[in-house]
Design a protein around this ligand. Structure first.
Ligand SMILES: Cc1cc2nc3c(=O)[nH]c(=O)nc-3n(C[C@H](O)[C@H](O)[C@H](O)COP(=O)(O)OP(=O)(O)OC[C@H]3O[C@@H](n4cnc5c(N)ncnc54)[C@H](O)[C@@H]3O)c2cc1C
Ligand code: SF4
Length: 329
């Protein structure tokens, strides 16, 4: 492993200054993703600034409604917090579907937002990868691409975003609060992660030196009627083949509003807005859900080993809506 300097920061302003002033510096929080990447030689920072003990781990109600989750809150603490359990069950379910209890105890909200793809070619410096080394080529295009994207991919990269939490946050229209050298700014969740295009190296729109300070969840009464469905090869400790965060606001068999976000299908959590349009004001039944699922996947394109994901995603959408609808009844 390449040698690196390490310091622990107890103040956000100082942490931002240290990383912003050094292009080879990185924040480290739980370390559950970054250390693996450093050990395999994919990430090579000269300096780590440990932000895990910054006083940014609280989960609180916002004065105007909604909930703020501090970026250093651990995944397990967030999943089990009463404000989250009661108001945003889709988020609790997404957390509990991810990783293992030990990893969830270490992993932070900020680190989860920034975790990198699980494309195996990205983790292996012996293989060509445009995300690791722009211009090198993409080994997954003609390689084993069973876990890869079916929506929003480019000729440069067909990797998927691995987070479960982020799929729920996409459906909830969360806002990411960021502290940078020039002050604070807010990033709407839909604008936080990027599609690969011709710059697959960049996963997010966060600038170097910007620290994620918190994630805000809006007040959303019908988020109580929500469901996170994760389809994977093993029942636990496995990344999603396909996942669905579904929220359904329905009464007397009629849908007022629905939200659908998909995981395991694209370089970023994928909001299925066409499907949501079909569901609005429609009858809450499986026929409507299937129409919505067809719309959600209408632009999908599979590669050699992953075309099965298209039908899988459609069925997962229907099942997630049926379950969320059960909660709405
Ligand atoms: C075996 C295994 C299985 C897993 N399974 C799943 C799964 O099924 N589902 C799932 O969703 N996840 C899964 N994970 C991923 C896990 O959730 C992430 O590793 C974790 O969320 C990362 O959080 P961390 O705090 O440890 O981040 P770190 O590893 O410390 O950091 C990750 C990245 O985030 C940056 N960073 C950290 N905090 C901040 C901040 N506040 N502001 C700006 N940048 C920051 C770091 O610089 C680094 O680039 C798995 C991980 C492992 C190792
Ligand atoms: S899919 Fe993306 S991450 Fe995977 S090898 Fe291709 S460029 Fe790299």
């Amino acid at each position: 492993m390449k040698p690196f300097a390490y310091s622990r920061s107890l103040e956000a302003v100082a942490a931002v200054r240290q990383v912003a002033g050094d292009p080879a510096a990185k924040f480290i929080a739980g370390g559950t993703n970054l250390l693996d990447l450093m050990k395999s030689g994919v990430e090579l920072p000269d300096r780590l600034v440990d932000v895990a003990r910054l006083p940014l781990a609280e989960i609180t109600s916002l004065p105007g409604g909604g909930v703020r989750i501090g970026a250093m809150a651990r995944n397990s603490a967030t999943a089990n917090h009463p404000l989250i359990r009661e108001n945003y069950p889709v988020l609790t379910q997404a957390f509990l579907a991810g990783a293992s209890p030990q990893l969830r105890n270490m992993a932070t909200i900020g680190g989860n937002l920034m975790q990198r793809t699980r494309c195996p070619y990205f983790y292996d410096p012996a293989m060509s990868c445009n995300k690791r080394e722009p211009g090198a080529g993409c080994s997954a295009l003609d390689g084993f691409n069973r876990m890869h994207a079916i929506l929003g991919a480019s000729e440069q990269c067909i990797a998927v975003h691995p987070s479960d939490m982020c799929v729920a946050l996409a459906a909830l229209d969360a806002v990411v609060r960021v502290q940078g050298p020039e002050g604070e700014r807010e990033i709407p969740f839909a604008e936080f992660h990027r599609l690969p295009g011709d710059t697959p190296k960049q996963d997010t729109n966060l600038r170097h030196g910007e620290l994620i300070a918190a994630v805000d969840l809006p007040t959303l009464a019908f988020a109580k009627r929500s469901h996170y469905l994760k389809v994977r090869d093993r029942a636990s400790y496995e990344f999603a083949l396909v996942s669905v965060a579904a929220l359904l606001d329905a009464e007397d068999g009629r849908i007022r509003e629905a939200r659908i976000a998909l995981g395991g299908v694209a370089h970023k959590p994928w909001r299925a807005r066409e499907a949501e349009k079909i569901l609005k004001d429609a009858q809450a039944n499986e026929e409507t859900y299937r129409q919505a699922a067809e719309a959600a996947l209408s632009e999908a394109r599979g590669f050699k080993h992953n075309t099965f994901k298209i039908e899988l995603a459609k069925r997962a959408i229907v099942r997630a809506l049926v379950t969320a609808g059960g909660a709405a009844a």
